[in-house]
Design a protein around this ligand. Sequence first.
Ligand SMILES: Nc1ncnc2c1ncn2[C@@H]1O[C@H](COP(=O)(O)OP(=O)(O)OP(=O)(O)O)[C@@H](O)[C@H]1O
Ligand SMILES: [Mg+2]
Length: 271
Amino acid sequence: MTAAQEAQPVTQAATASSSVPLISLRDIKKSFGSVHALRGASVDVHAGEIVALVGDNGAGKTTLVKVMAGVHAADTGEYEIEGQPANIRTPSDATSHGIATVYQDLALCNNLDAVQNLFLGRELTGSRWLGRRIHRAESEVRAREVLTRMRLGSLSLTRPVGAMSGGQRQNIAIARSVLWKPKVVILDEPTAALSHSASQQVADLIRSLADDGLGVVVVSHDIHHFVVNSTDRIVVMRLGANAATFRSKDVTGEMVVNAMVGGNEGVNLAG
Ligand SMILES: Nc1ncnc2c1ncn2[C@@H]1O[C@H](COP(=O)(O)OP(=O)(O)OP(=O)(O)O)[C@@H](O)[C@H]1O
Ligand SMILES: [Mg+2]
């Protein structure tokens, strides 16, 4: 068999491992007025795997991610978490089920340092008679622990994140998302606007999360580098539905792009 033949799109069932997926979305539909953003999209995410969600502009990637994260409620479709039907209709529903999201704007406060950003909105507070004072020392210890575990120990804890590089800021946003031990982390364009070496660092960090048993979903337009080299499975969306699924190790960037833009060129190329 040639490498090209091996690279034919395969069904999700064929590529997924036999374990129960951490999250499974089936035939999700979502319209905004007359715009059918999702016309029946499906994706499974297993523990330990990095799933890339790719597609042309407007294909429905962000909408699908927002359904996963509870930002949008699906009109129809099934959402299961570890095999159980789940009713995820708000971001806090998703968070409480262990689904964390890192959005493209990162939602970091530039004037605050890494520790403050890591605990933003969830500050460790003191006991009542101390007032609800932030335990800075405790937060620093916890932040250092987490960053060291993520091999980000060299990041400054005290510099405002606005003074850090794009890659460092991305890493802090990812560290913040895993601080509370989610099962699934969803990242929207984590390598956009990063240099090659910063992208590689972020890719290494994402791999270490998967190696720790998390399921990772990554929306990315960086097909030729990040998607084919640093993910396990590629789910291609087109016009709000699934167009193809590939094992990342089996494909070239061209094949993925062909599946994104239409027709069955990916298959034809392989044939
Ligand atoms: N809140 C909204 N209101 C109306 N239409 C929307 C809304 N959000 C998304 N859409 C539409 O749904 C479709 C899918 O959009 P979506 O943002 O999911 O695409 P995408 O794959 O993330 O694209 P991109 O690569 O450009 O980020 C588009 O036609 C978009 O205009
Ligand atoms: Mg988008």
